[in-house]
Design a protein around this ligand. Structure first.
Ligand code: AMP
Length: 145
């Protein structure tokens, strides 16, 4: 039985497929569900440790608001409380696996695309998570883009 499931969402067109599968597993196991989205395409704002990259660009602010809204809406739809919704700056595979260890997650649910050619060589978030995860990983097969 899984007790704490972490669903990694990138809000791409296939998100619904992964959400559906994650909910099935959550219900089957009576598990707690957490959601994570990694901000890998928006510059990080100033912090007390110094400027990483300035968040001066209005389009970045809009993008950040949009990502926050996406996570809030999905969290509300799935009844996931605020403190189990994570929006983190960084590289998806690193932040997802670090969060899983920190929060004693025992199953990560993630999407997996069939890849060919260069994309295969470059790897994917799913294979990165599989190699670094501290727990089981359910890679939900996604249709071709
Ligand atoms: P990819 O291999 O990057 O196409 O992504 C495959 C899966 O990794 C997605 O279906 C998500 O489950 C997860 N993923 C990718 N990027 C992110 C992200 N920025 N935040 C959270 N999960 C992500």
């Amino acid at each position: 039985m899984y007790k704490h499931i972490l669903l990694a969402v990138d809000f791409s067109a296939n998100t619904e497929n992964i959400v559906t599968r994650a909910i099935e597993v959550v219900n089957q196991n009576g598990a707690k569900l957490s959601l994570v989205h990694i901000l890998d395409n928006i510059p990080m704002p100033d912090t007390s440790y110094g400027t990483i990259i300035s968040l001066g660009d209005e389009s970045d602010n809009l993008l950040l608001e949009q990502e926050k809204n996406n996570l809030t809406m999905l969290g509300e739809k799935l009844n996931v409380p605020d403190n189990q919704r994570w929006l983190i700056w960084g590289t998806p595979k690193d932040e997802i696996t670090t969060l899983a260890a920190q929060e004693s997650v025992d199953l990560i649910v993630i999407g997996s695309h069939a890849r060919h050619g260069l994309a295969l060589l470059l790897g994917s978030t799913a294979s990165g998570v599989l190699h670094h995860a501290p727990c089981d990983v359910l890679a939900v097969k996604l249709p071709h883009d």
